[in-house]
Ligand binder design. Structure first.
Ligand code: PHE
Length: 355
């Protein structure tokens, strides 16, 4: 005989002691698990007298179903409670403004380097690089710069030792030497990079950027140089009508040497490059001096070359209307936000120009 009244009492007791989902699970297995009281009671029915068995079985079933119902109700109750308390503690306030996503900008110098690289790669130049810390030989001597040249002066150059043997390169031209020592012509490179001079005002900073160009091959002449520069300047300033002129000049490492001016006008107190009857100097250039070729063991009776050097920061100022060079390197995020470029900006639209 199973004491059903006692079982019912136990159930009532257990149920009243439940305070959590864990208690509930425990109660469930206490009665209905493999060795649970009700499960065992069902098993024991076999030993109950046949006349009683049916009645007991149906009573047991009623008790079991009643227990399952009550457990299910309790479970729902606890789950709802749990959800409500989660909702309270993890409340999402959709009226809160979202966090601002700050997207970085590309610095005008990086942008202009990208544009220049893309323009020159169209006509077969590849990019070369050299170190910011140079030796005196590559920066001056190999470039045919005499001992007494003013550029060698302490007032112009940052030397890193007393003997003036190492320095911060004053131009990107030493990369001409490095490249020609390592490679045989034809050589066709551009060299973007940082350069350093003791200078600081609105249009000069101790560190600035240059782009060097060098093309050494057979039968290279001033006409090739002029054609290359015209292509570059028209595409960079996106103006097919841009006028340029070569003005005789002097650099120790080129012969003949020239400076290049481009046409501009002032409109609303701003420089507009391309049209106009004023001239603005933008770069230095010339035919690689035979002494330079000799220094890198290239036979100047067989090979000639042209070279040019242009200030990248100045190009950026002119193209994008930035007036103070010093602001380029102050690292002011508001400045960068204003003058910087989005990463998905197309480097240049020079392809749109008729050639
Ligand atoms: N290196 C020169 C400068 O810094 C520019 C230049 C480069 C001139 C190559 C001629 C040829 O002023």
């Amino acid at each position: 005989m199973i004491d059903l009244a006692q079982l019912k009492d136990q159930i009532t007791n257990k149920l009243s002691g439940i305070t959590s989902l864990i208690d509930l699970e425990e109660t469930k297995s206490y009665f209905l698990g493999k060795k649970g009281l009700i499960t065992v009671a069902f098993k024991n029915l076999g030993s109950v007298e046949a006349s009683e068995r049916k009645l007991q079985a149906s009573e047991l079933n009623i008790i079991k179903n009643d227990l399952i119902d009550r457990l299910n109700n309790l479970q729902n109750e606890y789950e709802t409670k749990q959800i409500n308390s989660n909702l309270n503690s993890e409340k999402l306030d959709i009226t809160l403004p979202s966090k601002k996503i700050i997207k970085g900008k590309i610095h005008p110098v990086s942008q202009v380097i990208d544009e220049l690289t893309s323009i020159f790669s169209e006509i077969g130049f590849s990019v070369a690089e050299g170190p910011d810390i140079e030796n005196e030989y590559n920066n001056f001597t190999a470039l045919n710069t005499p001992e007494h040249h003013p550029a060698r002066d302490m007032h112009d150059t940052f030397y890193l030792d007393k003997n003036k043997k190492t320095l911060l390169r004053t131009h990107t031209s030493p990369v001409q030497i490095r490249t020609m020592l390592k490679n045989k012509p034809p050589i066709k490179i551009i060299v973007p990079g940082r350069t350093y001079r003791c200078d600081s005002d609105m249009t000069h900073t101790p560190m600035f950027h240059q782009l060097e160009g060098l093309y050494v091959d057979k039968n290279i002449n001033m006409g090739d140089l002029k054609g290359c520069l015209e292509y570059f300047l028209k595409n960079f300033f996106e103006d097919n009508k841009l006028k340029m002129r070569l003005r005789p000049s002097h650099f120790p490492f080129t012969e003949p040497s020239a400076e290049v001016d481009i046409s501009y006008k002032i409109e609303n107190e701003k420089i507009v490059v391309g049209e106009g009857d004023k001239w603005l100097e933008v770069l230095g250039c010339g035919m690689v001096h035979p002494n330079v070729l000799k220094n890198v063991k290239i036979d100047s009776s067989k090979f000639q070359g042209y070279a040019f050097g242009v200030g990248i920061d100045r190009l950026a100022m002119l193209k994008y209307g930035i007036t103070d060079l010093r602001s380029f390197f102050e690292g002011d995020i508001r400045w960068l936000d204003h003058y910087g470029f989005d990463s998905n900006d197309v480097p240049t639209n020079y392809r749109g120009l008729s050639k």
